[in-house]
Write a protein that binds this ligand. Structure first.
Ligand code: FNR
Length: 421
């Protein structure tokens, strides 16, 4: 017995004690879920910016309802289908996407990370998806077009018949988007006035932001964010400011003049005339409104309550989806926007009639945490569903080796413009 023990110990001593125990070092834990990115972004961003991203209207009933709706629905699977990989490709507004995900329009994105809307759009196209540039963006229509290789979407707001200035401004933006080769126009119809976001107001988010000694100290405690901000040096709403029209455009007051309580379907009809490409109406929650939009020539409906940032108590986007998909029945693309945090949420939305989903906060968390690569990871996580990995993740297509060179981007922007005439 003793001999045998000695022999075994001798053999063990001849071997590397760590053999078979492979490991590698990392600087820290890697985020693996959207929630991980949310937590990481929380640490990186100053309180005021965090309030801007996270805030929702009043008691946060609708923002929570968006999530709750996904939890309420369950999936019934069909097994042994022989399928090796999920078919994740989709076509939205005539644009083929590798994943059924579009980045929702978000204003002032350079507040979250200095690369802002441009960085997010570049990340989206590396994955084979698209971004929607907000009217209230911190990079202009032209900057994003010049810095990307593909055609993205552009978002505007409707105007009241009594506001000819606003109409002139929006139609001017639409002409610029057409000249720059944007693929689709998204009209957001659920912001007649800005939602009552008490959290933002409590933290001094507004135009101008209200600074206190405590808020300044908090900003100084977030040096990484501050360094990026100083590097970018410009967080103006460049889309509405640039063409020398700071007054009357709402640029000085955060674009609030552009939000029109009296807007009607008339502006959708007018925009339909002004824009030759696909037009999507975002912020629809009823089948009747979807019908109206389609009757006026809309090619897409984005079922959305603005991520719970506008009317608190509005129905959850997912709950509104089936009736709208049923009514529209293939006459327009139906997209689901609000509360998507998992690949399985996307599966549920597609099963309930959506062609694709839009994401807002998840990509802002990725951007805030790690800049552009963070947005790519958010796409990859959402393209992963119960162990399935998206094609981009399997093939590593989003890695830097396939990054579009600026020369190629400029070339393809030129050809995009010439295609659109
Ligand atoms: C938004 N959203 C938005 N929508 C829009 O049409 N124009 C805009 O300028 C903005 N700005 C904006 C800023 C920020 C910080 C957020 C979080 C959201 C709403 C956005 O497009 C989308 O409807 C929601 O974000 C979707 O909900 P989730 O994905 O954030 O849950």
């Amino acid at each position: 017995m003793e001999n045998r023990w000695r022999t075994a110990r001798g053999q063990a001593a001849r071997h590397d004690p760590l053999a078979g125990f492979a490991f590698r070092w990392a600087a820290g834990a890697t985020p693996v879920s959207i929630e991980d990115y949310r937590r990481r972004a929380r640490r990186v961003l100053p309180d005021m910016v965090w309030a801007f991203v996270e805030s929702a209207a009043e008691d946060r009933v609708t923002v929570e309802a968006n999530r709750e709706a996904f939890r309420r629905w369950s999936l019934r699977t069909a097994v042994l289908t022989g399928q090796l990989a999920p078919q994740l490709e989709a076509t939205v507004a005539g644009v083929p996407l590798a994943l059924p995900i579009v980045l929702a329009p978000t204003g002032s994105t350079a507040l979250v990370h200095w690369t802002g809307e441009l960085g997010a759009a570049q990340a989206a196209e590396r994955i084979g998806a698209r971004a929607t540039l907000s009217t209230f963006a911190t990079y202009s229509i032209e900057q994003v077009a010049a810095g990307t290789g593909e055609s993205h979407f552009f978002q505007v707001v409707p105007w009241a018949d009594t506001a000819p200035d606003a109409q002139e401004l929006v139609l001017g933006l639409v002409r610029r988007a057409a000249r720059s080769g944007y693929a689709a126009l998204v009209v957001t119809v659920d912001v007649p006035v800005l939602g009552n976001r008490e959290w933002e107001r409590r933290r001094g988010i507004g135009v101008p932001p209200v600074l206190t000694p405590g808020r300044v100290a908090d900003v100084l405690l977030h040096p990484r964010w501050l360094r990026g901000c100083l590097q970018h040096r410009d967080i103006a709403l460049r889309t509405v400011v640039e063409r020398g029209r700071p007054a009357g455009t709402g640029a000085r007051d955060g674009g609030a003049n552009l939000l029109q309580p009296g807007a009607s379907w008339e502006s959708i009809a007018r925009l339909r005339e002004a824009w030759n490409g696909p037009l999507l109406v975002k912020g629809v929650l009823s089948a009747d409104d979807a019908e109206h939009a389609v009757a006026l020539g809309a090619n897409g409906i984005v079922v959305s309550n603005h991520g719970g940032r506008q009317l608190d108590g509005a129905v959850a986007a997912l709950d509104a989806l089936p009736a709208i998909a049923e009514r529209v029945r293939g006459r327009a693309d139906v997209l689901l926007d609000g509360g998507v945090r998992r690949g399985t949420d996307i599966v549920k939305a597609l099963a309930m009639g959506a062609k694709a989903v839009c994401i807002g906060r998840p990509y802002l968390w990725g951007l805030g945490a790690f800049g552009q690569p963070g947005v790519e990871r958010v796409f990859e996580i959402l393209g992963t569903c119960g162990g399935w990995r998206s094609r981009s993740e399997r093939t590593g297509r989003s890695t830097s080796s396939t990054r579009t060179s600026s020369r190629r981007r400029a070339r393809s922007a030129r050809s995009r413009r010439s295609r659109r005439g």
